[in-house]
Structure formats: structure tokens, C-alpha cells
Design a binder for this molecule. Structure first.
Ligand SMILES: [Zn+2]
Length: 410
């Protein structure tokens, strides 16, 4: 584990609505020689984020890299100086990707601890203690550190959000046969059924295929010829705490008979903002006991997770469908469909083909072809959830302080 330290004050400031500090001036560099370690203290006008690590190539060095810093030590106008103990020369390097202080080392050393201390008469203090170590340990522990934690990680720490990794419980899949009842969808052509009938027939086949594996809990938004509001379809997914939502449709190109083949959609940026607004407005994600920013961050993280998972599933489904049926669009497609806008449930809308195309219509009205198509959908679902032995439910984010509330209200 490479030593590193981060000061999160910038993020706290953002959360509190303050301006973040601008470039931070280094006002002093000083050293303390102790019997078993050497202390380096860097003073800055404002809190800074930094990482401290050693490098062995081409020469033994200690690097303290700052997110943002500029040199302002009046007694050292050349931005260089001399240390004590294990520390030889040092130099401030502003041209590196992150401005940094580089110290030459006289002996194999390791970073023992790093501290960020508030002012005590002077500036904010960045403290790095280095201790002697063996050449072997020095070689092993030296090197550029792994990438720092992501902004999401930091925010999760700052606002007290807990990431709940996927567990291998039963995967819940919502199948949404589009239209129904008084809404026929694309109307029947070429002697086949209306879109609502094709969607329902395919949906029931997929339900049976999933049930036969014993690895899924299937929830249907409708299992007969009834009208279901779009909002209710989304609500069913949310109440089920579902891991995947598949809306089944058949396309229409009006009088144009040439478009043919399947298309798979996930949410576009407008659908994302709609999902965000709905989540906040409906209050599912709003816990009055925590700041509103926390609820918003929680929603944003969950939606980002949903977006990624939706796109991952859409790609898998497109690949599987492409093996057994023509594709109208063999690339990621995104749209602002209402049924895709639950904030948490990964969701795709699957246009299985065009009822306005003669070949597609024949295919979509054939039970055998429907079954072939749904077997491809099953293969995609199996592949999507494969990492957890047939089940990998959606990742979840919950607020640490009220984890029980949050998960149960979903
Ligand atoms: Zn439709």
C-alpha cells in the first residue's frame, strides 16, 4: 500500500456552497531531524491535497505532489534548497503534471506517515515523515502511486454514502410488454396482430424461459390485454427493487415498408435528467434528516450506475439478438422513453422489429420466431448476470446514516 493523503476540504467547501481556494502558495519548507525519522513540513496559505511517495529510478527521491501549488518561499527565490538527515537537495517543479516538491534521498527511506494540520501561528501544514528502511523494502515500495480515489469515492466519504456491492440473491427482472388494452401500439399489418399482442406474446415467452432457469424472479407489468400507464410501469420496477427492466415493443415506420430489424435503446441525457427530477419530486430518495445535496448526490450516483448497467446490458442484448435476427441499428441507441426513467433500475427498450415491414411482421407474428428472439434475450440476461453464478443484482448506494430507511423506501 503506497502512502498517500488527501485533504477533502475542497469538497466540503463545495458541499457547503463556498468557493474553493485558488492556487495554494507554499510559504515555507522546513525539516526536523529525529533519532528514527526525518520530518518535512510544508506550509501553505490554504489547505492542499497532496500525495507523498518515493521513487528509486533513476535516483532515490521523495516526491510530494500537490493538486495545485505555487512557490512562494521568500527566503528561497530559486525554489530549491537543502534538507537534513536522509534528505539532500530539494527542488520545486511547477512544470510536472501536478506541481511537486522533489527531494533527493541520501539513504533508502520510506514514507512513515503523512499529516495535514491546521495553522498554529503559521500556515496550513503538510507533514511527511520518512524513516530509514532496507534497500529491498525501498525498491519494493517505491514507484508512482496508484491513481487517487475518484471524486465519487471522495463524495461517498464526505456525505456518508455507503456502496452496497452486488450480492448473489435472486435477480429480479421486470418484463414490460408495451401498450395493451385500448392502446394497440403499431397496428396490425400483413394479416398479423397489433403491436400490443406481439409484445405480450413475446413477454410471456420470455417470462417462461426465465422462470424455467429457477434463477430469476420475474415481474410482468401486464400479463394480459390491459392498458397500463407508463408511470405505473416505472413504479412497478421501482417497487420490485428490480435488477433489470426490459420493455418489449414492435416498431412502425408508417407507410415506409423498408425499415426492418431490431433496435435496442437505453436512456439518453434527457431521460437521465427526467429520471433525476422524478426521483427528487417523488421523494423516494429524499430523506429530510440529511442535507438535500446528499439526496441529490445519492440519486446522481445511482443514476450513473443505472446508465452504465443499462448500456452494458443493451450491448449484450444487441450482440445476442444480432445472432438470430436482423438489426435495424447495430450500435448503441439512446432515447427519452418514459419507461426507462426509474432512477435505479437498469432499463432497455427493445424494438423487436418493424410491423410495417412484411418480413419482420411475419417473423414477429410467428410463435417459433418469437421464441427464438426471446431465447436470444434470455442468453443476454444470463450473460449480463453471469458474474454472480447466474445472478448479480444491481449495485446500490445508500446513505450510511439511514441505510435501512433508504433501502426499504425503495
Ligand atoms: Zn411500441
Amino acid at each position: 500500500m503506497k502512502p498517500f493523503a488527501l485533504v477533502c476540504s475542497a469538497f466540503l467547501a463545495v458541499l457547503a456552497g463556498f468557493q474553493t481556494a485558488s492556487a495554494d502558495e507554499i510559504t515555507d519548507v522546513r525539516f526536523g531531524e529525529h533519532s528514527d525519522y526525518t520530518r518535512i513540513v510544508i506550509e501553505t496559505a490554504a489547505p492542499v491535497e497532496f500525495q507523498a511517495f518515493t521513487l528509486s529510478e533513476p535516483a532515490a527521491r521523495l516526491v510530494i505532489a500537490f493538486d495545485e501549488a505555487r512557490w512562494g518561499v521568500r527566503s528561497l527565490p530559486s525554489a530549491a534548497g537543502r534538507g537534513v538527515g536522509a534528505v539532500g537537495q530539494f527542488q520545486f517543479d511547477e512544470r510536472a503534471s501536478a506541481s511537486r516538491l522533489v527531494f533527493s534521498l541520501n539513504a533508502p527511506s520510506t514514507v512513515r506517515q503523512t499529516l495535514s494540520l491546521d495553522p498554529n501561528g503559521g500556515g496550513y501544514r503538510t507533514v511527511v515523515d520518512i524513516a530509514p528502511t532496507s534497500e529491498a523494502t525501498f525498491q519494493r515500495t517505491s514507484g508512482f502511486p496508484a491513481p487517487t480515489r475518484t471524486l465519487t469515492d471522495l463524495l461517498m466519504d464526505e456525505v456518508g454514502v455507503t456502496y452496497v456491492p452486488p450480492s448473489c440473491e435472486v435477480v429480479r427482472v421486470v418484463i414490460d410488454p408495451g401498450h395493451g388494452g385500448r392502446d394497440p401500439g403499431a397496428v396490425a399489418r400483413f394479416g398479423g396482430g397489433h403491436e400490443k399482442d406481439v409484445n405480450l406474446s413475446a413477454g410471456l415467452i420470455l417470462r417462461d424461459l426465465l422462470n424455467a432457469t429457477g434463477r430469476y424472479e420475474v415481474i410482468m407489468t401486464r400479463d394480459r390485454d390491459v392498458f397500463v400507464e407508463l408511470n405505473d410501469r416505472v413504479r412497478i420496477a421501482r417497487q420490485a427493487d428490480a435488477d433489470l427492466f426490459i420493455s418489449l415493443h414492435a416498431d412502425s415506420a408508417g407507410d415506409n415498408r423498408s425499415p426492418a430489424g431490431a433496435t435496442i435503446y437505453s436512456m439518453n441525457p434527457r431521460a437521465v435528467s427526467r429520471a433525476r427530477q422524478n426521483a427528487i419530486r417523488q421523494g423516494d430518495w429524499v430523506d429530510p434528516s440529511r442535507p438535500q445535496e446528499v439526496s441529490q448526490i445519492l440519486v446522481d450516483m445511482q443514476i450513473a450506475n443505472k446508465e452504465g448497467e443499462s448500456e452494458r446490458f443493451a450491448d449484450t442484448l444487441r450482440t445476442e439478438i444480432g445472432r438470430s435476427a436482423p438489426l435495424w441499428r447495430d450500435r448503441p441507441m439512446r432515447a427519452n422513453f418514459a419507461v426507462l426513467t426509474d432512477a435505479a433500475t437498469p432499463a432497455v427498450l427493445f424494438e423487436m422489429g418493424f410491423l410495417t415491414n412484411r418480413t419482420d411482421a411475419r417473423r414477429l407474428n410467428s410463435q417459433r420466431e418469437q421464441r427464438r428472439l426471446m431465447q436470444a434475450a434470455l442468453a443476454a440476461i444470463e450473460s449480463h448476470f453471469a458474474r454472480c453464478g447466474g445472478g448479480e443484482p444491481r449495485e446500490r448506494y445508500v446513505a450510511s446514516a439511514s441505510a435501512a430507511n433508504t433501502s426499504s423506501s425503495r
